[in-house]
Ligand binder design. Structure first.
Ligand code: DNO
Length: 348
């Protein structure tokens, strides 16, 4: 496996100087952040990121994310032109050494949480999604500002988008994903880049928006659209894992054995009785997922893709981007390194 760490560029309070000191750290996961979805990434920005990483003994070889424009997901407007821009961004990233591009096909919103700083008894804080706090919220009627949601949309725009997704439904979203993949994957293959789709987080409908990257049946369907290692998964344990019906260990084993996992997001979550969940420490006994079994499944199937410690809690008084502080993610990396070392030795 190749250990990696997400870095948000110059605005990130965590520095590359610190990231490089985490044992076994090799790759930086980042993106060009000052360009809107649907626009071409300036080569200078990609080159600068690559150079900054290299100067710190790291490699910028994973992109997270090249965002997919809503019109591509909705199949409206200038879709073909937008997909062409997407392909051009893949080519440009590949030119500067990128090997893996993460993206998602979630309508309107990326991950959904109800609170980003829920305090645990030990004083740490983390992201949570409590149904109790979601109850009664209706984005078609109320003005909703859930933490972490893209604030560049006005409430009217959000309503328009939600209605448009309601009209196309899940099958419409599938059709638009297919159209996207059939154009993008051949370009990725040419560039020797693996596309890694991130599962919907959480993997069930929110506010009636269709969600399709959610469970084994749908992952099978997605991978079959273009049967190529360039069309792969970013298997996020914490996203798939917060639906108790998903057997994450079995999914990891199956897709890794088939060489369809390009990128692993490793984090743990604690699922509560009503389906709410809290992001926990990475260790198995902090949450509902067995991180040892997940790692064992990866090692036994010869996984050689990228891994990153996903969301950490905020600990030791650190402030910064929720989920993306240094300390707890570094603890996560150390733990994951340990799991891999043990599993690899046992597997010899
Ligand atoms: C959350 C992340 C996601 C992920 C995107 C990929 O912290 O895992 O925002 O980057 O869904 O496109």
């Amino acid at each position: 496996m190749k250990m990696s760490f997400r870095w948000y560029g110059d605005s990130d309070p965590v520095s590359l100087e610190y990231i490089r000191q985490i044992p076994n750290m090799k790759s930086i996961v980042s993106a060009v952040y000052d360009v809107k979805p649907g626009e071409v990434w300036p080569e200078e920005s990609i080159a600068k990121m690559a150079k900054q990483c290299e100067d710190n003994g790291l490699v910028f070889d994973v992109v997270e994310s090249i965002p997919v424009h809503e019109d591509i997901k909705l199949g409206r407007g200038e879709v073909d032109k937008l997909i062409e821009v997407y392909c051009e961004n893949i080519r440009r990233c590949a030119k500067y050494g990128v090997k893996c591009v993460t993206y998602n096909f979630m309508p309107v919103f990326d991950w959904t949480r109800t609170q980003l700083d829920k305090k645990a008894p030990d004083g740490s804080t983390s992201l949570v999604m409590y149904w109790e706090q979601m109850k009664g919220l209706d984005p078609l009627k109320d003005d909703i500002h859930l933490p972490g949601w893209d604030s560049s949309y006005t409430q009217d725009e959000v309503r328009e988008l939600i209605n448009a997704y309601g009209e196309i439904g899940e099958e419409g979203l599938w059709a638009n994903l297919e159209r996207f993949l059939k154009k993008v994957i051949p370009v990725a293959e040419e560039c020797e880049v693996r596309m890694a789709i991130h599962p919907d987080d959480p993997p069930y409908p929110i506010f009636g928006l269709p969600r399709i990257i959610t469970n084994e049946e749908n992952l099978d369907r997605m991978l079959a659209i273009v049967d190529s290692p360039a069309n792969s998964l970013c298997l996020c344990t914490g996203s798939l894992g917060c639906a108790a019906s998903n057997d994450v260990v079995a999914m990891v084993r199956k897709y890794s054995a088939a060489d369809r996992i390009a990128f692993m997001h490793m984090r743990n979550i604690l699922i509560m009785e009503d389906g709410s969940f809290e992001e926990s420490g990475h260790l198995s006994n902090c949450g509902s997922l067995d991180m040892y079994d997940i790692t064992k499944a990866l090692v036994e199937t010869g996984f050689d893709g990228y891994v990153r410690p996903d969301h950490g809690r905020m600990i030791w008084g650190e402030t910064g981007k929720p989920g993306y502080g240094l300390y707890d993610r570094a603890l996560g990396a150390a733990y994951i390194n340990g799991l891999f070392e043990a599993c690899e030795k046992a597997n010899k």
